[in-house]
Design a protein around this ligand. Structure first.
Ligand SMILES: *Cc1c(COP(=O)(O)O)cnc(C)c1O
Length: 435
């Protein structure tokens, strides 16, 4: 991008504010009635159903290989919990009152990978493995997928490699799953990745390759390395429809949980969902799924750090993957390591452009007070990236007040999508709480 083009970006009011590192809320002028655009989207409800069915086929294998999932019969899912004490604490500590009920979607507790990446990442590895096994005639039609947990299958997969570029959590998810199946797994880590994540992966037999540069460079290196070997597969976080569909399955599961808790979602009871966003796959996939379930009654809002608002920038300018946060003078660096992404996924940006209600940015300093407040009020730990979602109700409030009646606001449910935390070691947790 030329200097002239970069300067032109700053004519956009929200972009100018972002370039100054300020917190912004951007209401998406491109949001459309779902029914009008559903058939123009690159993926469909049938694709989501196909992903769900694949996860069901693999459930017996998952239950056997990862005993922590046995109770849920190998379905990798997280609790949805109402957090009334945190709701009070938000008002008391920060003067941020939430109208309606407040819930936490605890992907921070997802088994195996401890973050939202346990949805997309694991799904993509399973999809690839199923395809390889079928192609090789290893898996006979109708055979139970427990056989993936056998020497025969591990020997087979050991001929193949899987590569991924990651700021940390995607690497954990892909690395752990690939190693369990018997692949040679390579994770290309950006400078933002935490030391304990690299150590954990190495302990699982994953090869971790470290880069002094950012996420985009780590992805590029992974793509290049994988390209050299025909028996290797590259998980492309920037363009993967498999990852996206793995994430999308969360929506139907959330709908069932809301129903169990007797939380209505309709015109009079809007559902607000706040989703921390990095390259876009996780929040994009979840939002895509939610629109299929709840249509215009769900309002998906993306959360990004003030120094790395790549998706907001791509959407607001319409430039998607052709623009990066460095183009408007931002660093891309943040304490929210899972969100430290400078350039958004073009595939995701274009897909969610008519689906999401808006996006906002949050300062790093705001994340730790939320982290502490949740711990003190509910005894729940989530990692800094996940805390970005707690800024949502406040960031969106002016826009929301304009668009809804007082009765609708009282009837609303707000879901904070807590995207990670389970695997964070205790010393790190303590440091975050004391930050
Ligand atoms: C990866 C990640 C996100 C965002 O997912 P993207 O697909 O990169 O947008 C949010 N929170 C945490 C904790 C993550 O690891």
């Amino acid at each position: 991008m030329t200097t002239e083009e970069k300067n032109a970006l700053l004519n956009h009011e929200t972009v100018r504010a972002m370039s100054e590192g300020r917190e912004v809320f951007w209401r998406n002028p491109g949001l459309r009635p779902f029914i009008e655009i559903r058939d123009t989207l690159p993926l469909t409800a049938a694709d989501i159903a196909d992903a769900e069915a694949r996860l069901v086929r693999f459930a017996p294998y998952i239950a056997r290989r990862f005993p922590e999932t046995a109770e849920q019969a190998g379905i990798i899912e997280s609790p949805l919990r109402e957090i009334p004490a945190m709701r009070e604490e938000l008002a008391r500590r920060f003067g941020e009152s939430v109208e309606g009920r407040l819930f936490l979607k605890q992907d921070s507790e997802l088994p195996i990978a401890g973050s939202v990446k346990a949805r997309g990442g694991i799904y993509e590895v399973l999809q690839h493995s199923e395809a390889l096994a079928l192609e090789a005639g290893l898996l006979r039609e109708g055979e139970g997928y427990e056989v993936f947990d056998s020497e025969r299958f591990r020997d087979f997969f050991s001929q193949y490699a899987i590569h991924v570029g990651s700021t940390g959590n995607l690497g954990l998810s892909i690395g752990v799953m690939s190693a369990a199946l018997g692949y040679r797994a390579y994770v290309h880590m950006s400078a933002d990745a935490r030391t304990w994540k690299k150590a954990l992966l190495r302990k699982k037999g994953v090869t971790v390759i470290e880069y002094a540069s950012d996420y985009s460079k780590a992805v590029e290196a992974g793509r290049r390395e994988a390209g050299k070997d025909p028996r290797s597969y590259f998980v492309d976080d920037e363009n993967s429809t498999a990852l996206f569909l793995g994430y999308s399955v969360a929506a139907g599961r959330l709908a069932a949980q809301l129903k169990d808790l007797r939380v209505p979602v309709d015109r009079d009871h809007p559902l607000f969902v706040y989703l921390p966003c990095g390259v876009g796959g996780a929040p994009g996939g979840v939002a895509f799924g939610l629109k299929h379930v709840f249509g215009d009654d769900v309002y998906c809002v993306f959360a990004e750090p003030v120094q790395a608002p790549c998706m907001l920038l791509g959407l607001a300018t319409g430039l998607h993957e052709r623009v990066c946060v460095q183009d408007i003078g931002l660093t891309g660096q943040t304490a929210a390591d899972g969100l430290a992404v400078g350039r958004p996924s073009g595939f995701v940006g274009k897909t969610v452009a008519p689906l999401i209600a808006g996006a906002y940015t949050v300062a790093d300093e705001a994340l730790f007070p939320y982290l502490r407040a949740l711990w003190d009020s509910e005894g729940i730990f989530i990692e800094p990236s996940a805390c970005a979602a707690f800024r949502g109700p406040r960031a969106a409030q002016d826009t929301v007040r304009e668009a809804f009646t007082p009765a609708q606001l009282r009837g609303a449910a707000h879901v904070i999508w807590a995207t990670g935390g389970r695997l964070v070691p205790e010393p790190e947790r303590r440091a975050y709480r004391e930050a």
